[in-house]
Design a protein around this ligand. Structure first.
Ligand SMILES: Cc1cc2nc3c(=O)[nH]c(=O)nc-3n(C[C@H](O)[C@H](O)[C@H](O)COP(=O)(O)OP(=O)(O)OC[C@H]3O[C@@H](n4cnc5c(N)ncnc54)[C@H](O)[C@@H]3O)c2cc1C
Length: 323
């Protein structure tokens, strides 16, 4: 594998055989051949261009909070988006992809801007949040998004492009970025002025709620599965025959994956070092010595049981790296 250009560009800053477990929340993952913490958008662009010229595979990630790397790691360059510039101009907020979402939520609330408070408990970066349209406590990344500046990578070439929210085709934990090789470089949000005290109170409320609901004792990648959205009652006929489905879920046309897992009595199920959290069914936690293979086996088991019992096909929310 040729990596001359990337080595010449970044010298000692380029790590070799870097364990990915060190860089992801779930603390699992073998070595990346090469690893770069890119401190600016320009560095991300130059690294990508060097990889394309050398024919070196690459991947860009952010905070690693929604990523499960394989036990074998990654053959090529893993670029961590660590571009962390941000600024506020009136109601417009500009943030580079590597800015931690929770940091931006706090800074905007402190500036008396409302719209991102929900993200104060969200692990990871703005880039990762945009790609997955992350959300919680009634907020979603798309809600306040004004534009995305991205690097389009296609046919061995790169091009800077600006996307509108419509271009991004956001859905529930979905965006056009999940179906392209585009790299998110920076993002603009449009927020609204509000009393600072009210914004700060919202931060506190979100953090308290998170503490109540979420297991914090073992590492995880957050919710492993997307909640199940249905359009037709026929999609949940088997589920309704097996369980009494709460009215609120039927009204929202969304069945929480964690609830399904709990009903199927899967909480606490363990394979190797991976366990379905006894506190929250949608969290698969690393007991300390889990491998990616343990987690994948547990994912398969959960999906199979839920499909067999309720006719519901769960889909992973977590992003796999290096499989
Ligand atoms: C304890 C815990 C709680 C969580 N709670 C929630 C929650 O309530 N709601 C929710 O939606 N999510 C939740 N998550 C998941 C996660 O925090 C979000 O998905 C987050 O937005 C991911 O950001 P990240 O930077 O960590 O992404 P990463 O894990 O680094 O990357 C995720 C994916 O995005 C890609 N990516 C990252 N940055 C870029 C970029 N700049 N350009 C292109 N692609 C990129 C990566 O290649 C990967 O495929 C939780 C996770 C944990 C660990």
């Amino acid at each position: 594998m040729q990596a001359d250009r990337i080595k010449n560009l970044f010298g000692d800053r380029l790590k070799e055989q870097e364990p990915l477990a060190k860089h992801v929340n779930i603390r699992i993952g073998g070595p990346a051949d090469f690893y770069l913490e890119a401190k600016s958008s320009d560095e991300i662009v130059r690294a990508v261009e060097a990889c394309l010229a050398d024919g070196l595979p690459f991947v860009v990630f952010g905070g690693g909070s929604n990523t499960l790397p394989s036990d074998e790691g990654f053959r090529g360059l893993v670029i961590q988006a660590a571009n962390r510039g941000w600024s506020i101009d009136g109601e417009r907020v500009y943030a580079e992809a590597g800015v931690p979402s929770a940091f931006l939520a706090r800074k905007t609330a402190e500036a008396g801007l409302t719209g991102l408070e929900w993200a104060v408990s969200l692990p990871g970066t703005v880039g990762g949040a945009v790609r997955g349209n992350a959300g919680c406590f009634g907020g979603e990344t798309k809600d306040a998004l004004a534009s995305v500046d991205a690097l389009r990578v296609a046919d061995g070439k790169v091009e800077r492009v600006v996307y509108t929210p419509v271009d991004c085709r956001f859905g529930y934990r979905e965006s056009a970025f999940k179906r392209s090789a585009d790299i998110i470089l920076d993002v603009e949000f449009e927020l609204a002025h509000a009393p600072k005290e009210a914004c700060l109170a919202k931060l506190d409320a979100v953090l308290s709620q998170r503490k109540l609901e979420q297991p914090s004792d073992n590492p995880s990648a957050g919710c492993m599965f997307k909640n199940f959205d249905f359009t037709d009652e026929a999609d949940i006929a088997k589920l309704k025959a097996a369980l009494e489905v709460p009215e609120a879920f039927l009204k929202a046309k969304r069945i929480p994956a964690g609830w399904l897992i709990e009903q199927a009595d899967l909480k606490g199920t363990t394979i190797g070092g991976a366990r379905v959290s006894p506190k929250h069914g949608n969290f698969l936690v690393n007991l300390g010595n889990a491998t990616a293979s343990d987690v994948l086996q547990l994912i398969s088991l959960v999906k199979m049981k839920i499909r067999d019992l309720y006719g519901v096909q769960l889909e992973e929310e977590v992003q796999l790296l290096g499989f």
